[in-house]
Write a protein that binds this ligand. Structure first.
Ligand SMILES: Nc1nc2c(c(=O)[nH]1)N[C@H]1C(S)=C(S)[C@@H](COP(=O)(O)OP(=O)(O)OC[C@H]3O[C@@H](n4cnc5c(=O)[nH]c(N)nc54)[C@H](O)[C@@H]3O)O[C@H]1N2
Ligand SMILES: Nc1nc2c(c(=O)[nH]1)N[C@H]1C(S)=C(S)[C@@H](COP(=O)(O)OP(=O)(O)OC[C@H]3O[C@@H](n4cnc5c(=O)[nH]c(N)nc54)[C@H](O)[C@@H]3O)O[C@H]1N2
Ligand SMILES: [Mo]
Length: 729
């Protein structure tokens, strides 16, 4: 018995208490770690949670969000039963309904709209939750539709596209191969993925060097970095190109690797030649000595892994910036080499676990040929070419303009409108729909615009399968009583498959039958995982050794690693996309004297995840008020003190909140966290400022101005009191 197991055993409550410990997983950060949870349950109610020792990845640890699961699950605004709208859209005028009536209404309306128009006049959308996605997408297909879209229209997929264009596959740092230098570019793993943060910290303890490149001072820049570069927002493409030029000028590149595996080296060399150190320093604001030192460290420390994340893709030239950053791995020959970057092979729900499943077959086998262009297809042709899903960032525009055809209905699974740029415009669009239904745990604005609302359940209230790196399969069982009359999203989907006359027998059979289809060949593992509540390793687990990807054949159109993208070159030239990872100034076009600041809306709070945790009391208490971060010198120029009420304005909207003076902000930049209902950062983000390659909104680079509100002056005593508690997050 391990020490953790002994400790756990010592804490097991006696039978006289009526408390049982049940195994489940935390789904608040779907799809991330899904940390293992020991749920203390009495009479079907959750009393407390602890991490499950020995669980893949999390191994007994939980973050602040995971530790607050009880408050999350019993949030006051949980939806308790199906609801049907009785008043105007946007209001709270709803009545309760039975499941039979609610699902019947949905089926009746969707069938009618399909018959009158086209199945693709119905959009199937899902928010951040990933666990039911294969089921929802199959339902869309089985009903004859294709207009399926997800929150990945703003998350992860742009980086995935950048990597696929360049390497033919998604790529991650090969931590098993023990890199000696880690470059975290726009990455704050302590907060965004605490398990990765722990990994970085453990590597540092073992002498691994770390470079952090971030526009804000963060926990990572302070605690991890041997070298910290702080560029101006959205100038990373220049920084990466300048480093590439240094590497090439000094002949530090792996020429043999370039000659053997890479397409477009000469075009790339010509492109980066314009970014000499002077130019790079002028544009990025990073001292040229630091740029040189970073390039030298990257070229000389072997093995080295350069990686980036989603923050970088939330810019108008985000996808190309990602390509520019990842190209450094190619120059130094660190692709598919131990300790460099390694290809990812998805097993299930976008997670590579080292074995194959029939997930793709499950999703696509009922898909029919497309007839109409999908949402966003014309505006973002590269997105369409690589994803064949709708791009949700074009939904507002298409509903309002009906161009190229009207969208009439929306199936909204976990849609939080607060996460979309210019939320109020999206709400206006929802008002125009003939029919909408929503599933969510909580009562959201999207619910207020729906005709029918269905209560969904949390991961503790359902069974769920998950694959983990290392070949593990977890299969939980329901651990607590359901709150109210909620159901799992997949139960809802299975029921709709019946009522919508899809004839999809497999989908109608429900979750477990589909899981067995997807995980065919792993039935024993599924059974054992389910019985024991402990993840089980698949007998089909096969690690992919470094070098095998290059040996087997690079999966780009040219069969080479592409610094020049042949896939982009094949897109209609009218789209104006460049096959090279060119940098352009993504600053939005508006008067810079009127809008002298740059707003970065939405780095991560440790205790919040998008819209999910702001109404969880423990978590909210850690940063109760929406605030805008501003450099103290900028604040002094504008006579703004800590805690002052201020207005931040962009071309899209104006927002009232409080000022937070902090040295984590660059001069000239403002930072806000997203997710606060009373100060929704996304109202400030114009929904026309998108990356033309990915369609992603420019959440992190918006021109703005800030001024002190004279209407609600604070007393100097108030200010002094608040000034004492400078927020450093
Ligand atoms: N300004 C700004 N905006 C951003 C970002 C940013 O950085 N800045 N980041 C973007 C990114 S990367 C992302 S991923 C998106 C996230 O955006 P969303 O996908 O909207 O994220 P959430 O608010 O976490 O979840 C959406 C909804 O799902 C509900 N939900 C939770 N679990 C379940 C479930 O099991 N079933 C159902 N049916 N519903 C459930 C939640 O209550 C919530 O209302 O936001 C994007 N928006
Ligand atoms: N606690 C918590 N964890 C989360 C989430 C959450 O909401 N809360 N969301 C999850 C989700 S859905 C996602 S997609 C990931 C996102 O995680 P990341 O991809 O890491 O994204 P961000 O936190 O948006 O940005 C990372 C860093 O990039 C910096 N940055 C912004 N703009 C620039 C720039 O122009 N240049 C440079 N060099 N740096 C820049 C920010 O200051 C930030 O510290 O996090 C996940 N983890
Ligand atoms: Mo995300």
């Amino acid at each position: 018995m391990t020490r953790e197991e002994q400790l756990l055993k010592a804490k097991i409550p006696g039978p006289e208490t009526g408390i049982e410990i049940r195994r489940t997983m935390c789904d608040i950060c779907a799809p991330g770690a899904h940390c293992g949870v020991n749920a203390y349950v009495k009479d079907g109610r959750l009393l407390k949670v602890e991490g499950t020792p020995g669980y893949p990845g999390s191994n007994g640890k939980l973050c602040t969000k995971g530790a607050a699961n009880r408050q999350y699950i019993y949030r006051k605004d949980r939806i308790l039963s199906p609801m049907v709208r009785t008043g105007p859209k946007g209001s709270d005028a709803f009545r309760t309904a039975t499941w039979e009536e609610a699902l019947g209404l949905i089926a009746e309306n969707l069938k009618k709209i399909k018959a009158e128009s086209d199945p693709d006049s119905i959009v199937w959308y899902t928010g951040y939750s990933k666990w039911y996605r294969p089921w929802l997408k199959r339902l869309c297909h089985s009903f004859g539709g294709h207009n399926y879209m997800t929150e990945s229209s703003t998350c992860y997929k742009s980086g995935w596209m950048a990597n696929n264009l360049t390497f033919g596959r998604d790529m991650r740092p090969d931590m098993m191969g023990r890199p000696r230098l880690l470059v975290g570019w726009g990455s704050n793993p302590y907060i965004n993925a605490y398990l990765a943060g722990r990994g970085f910290a453990a590597s540092k303890d073992k002498g691994v060097k770390i470079i952090i490149i971030d526009v804000r001072r963060t926990q990572a820049s302070e605690k991890l970095a041997d070298l910290y570069l702080r560029p101006r927002i959205g100038t990373d493409g220049v920084l990466a190109h300048a480093m590439a030029k240094i590497i090439l000028d000094n002949n530090w590149q792996d020429q043999e690797f370039l000659d053997t595996y890479v397409l477009g080296v000469e075009e790339y060399r010509r492109m980066v030649a314009q970014y000499d150190l002077e130019t790079a320093q002028r544009i990025t604001g990073v001292p040229k000595e630091d740029i040189f030192r970073a390039a030298q460290m990257i070229a000389e420390t072997k093995p080295c892994s350069v990686s980036t994340n989603t923050g970088i893709t939330h810019h108008k030239n985000g996808l190309n910036t990602c390509r520019a950053i990842m190209a450094l791995n190619i120059l130094i020959g660190n692709v598919d080499q131990p300790g460099g970057i390694a290809p990812v092979y998805d097993t299930f729900l976008e997670m590579g676990a080292g074995f194959d499943t029939r997930e793709e077959e499950f999703i696509f086998e009922t898909r029919t040929p497309e007839r109409l262009p999908l949402v966003g297809q014309k505006r973002f042709p590269l997105w369409y070419d690589m994803n064949h899903d709708g791009q949700a960032m074009d939904l507002t525009r298409q509903i309002l303009s009906e161009d190229p055809y009207p969208i009439r209905a929306l199936a909204a699974f976990g849609m939080n409108t607060r996460m979309f740029p210019q939320t109020s415009q999206l709400l206006k669009a929802l008002e125009k729909l003939d029919f909408m239904f929503a599933t969510d745990l909580f009562w959201t604005d999207a619910c207020r615009y729906a005709d029918v609302v269905l209560p969904a359940c949390s991961s503790f209230e359902r069974g769920e399968v998950k694959a983990y790196p290392g070949g593990f399969i977890a299969y939980t069982q329901q651990a607590i009583d359901r709150v109210g009359d909620c159901r799992s999203d997949v139960e809802i989907i299975a029921e709709l498959a019946k009522l919508l006359d899809t004839g999809d027998e497999l989908l109608m059979q429900g979750y477990d039958a589909c899981v067995r289809y997807i995980f065919a060949g792993n039935e024993e593992e599924l059974d054992e995982a389910r019985r024991t509540g402990t993840p089980v390793r698949s007998k089909h687990f096969k690690p992919t050794p470094p070098g095998s990807y290059l040996a087997k054949g690079i999966e780009t159109p040219s069969g080479k690693l592409e610094l020049y993208s042949t896939r982009i070159a094949a897109i209609d030239p009218a789209a104006g996309l460049d096959p090279l990872p060119v940098w352009f100034d993504g600053d939005n076009a508006c008067d810079k004297t009127e809008y002298p600041f740059t707003l970065m809306a939405g780095a991560r709070l440790p205790h919040a995840i998008h819209s999910r945790c702001h109404d969880v009391p423990w978590l909210r208490s850690l940063r109760p008020e929406p605030m805008v971060d501003i450099h103290p010198e900028d604040a002094a120029d504008l006579h703004i003190s800590q805690g002052d009420p201020v207005t931040v304005s962009t071309t899209a909207a104006a927002l009232h909140l409080k000022a937070n003076l902090t040295l984590s902000a660059n001069r000239g930049d403002l930072h806000m966290f997203h997710g606060y209902a009373e100060a929704n950062a996304n109202e400030l983000v114009p929904n026309t400022e998108n990356d033309p390659y990915s369609g992603f909104p420019s959440f992190k680079q918006i021109r703005c101005r800030i001024q002190r509100d004279e209407t609600s002056p604070q007393t100097s005593a108030d200010r002094e009191e608040e000034g004492g508690k400078l927020h450093e997050l």
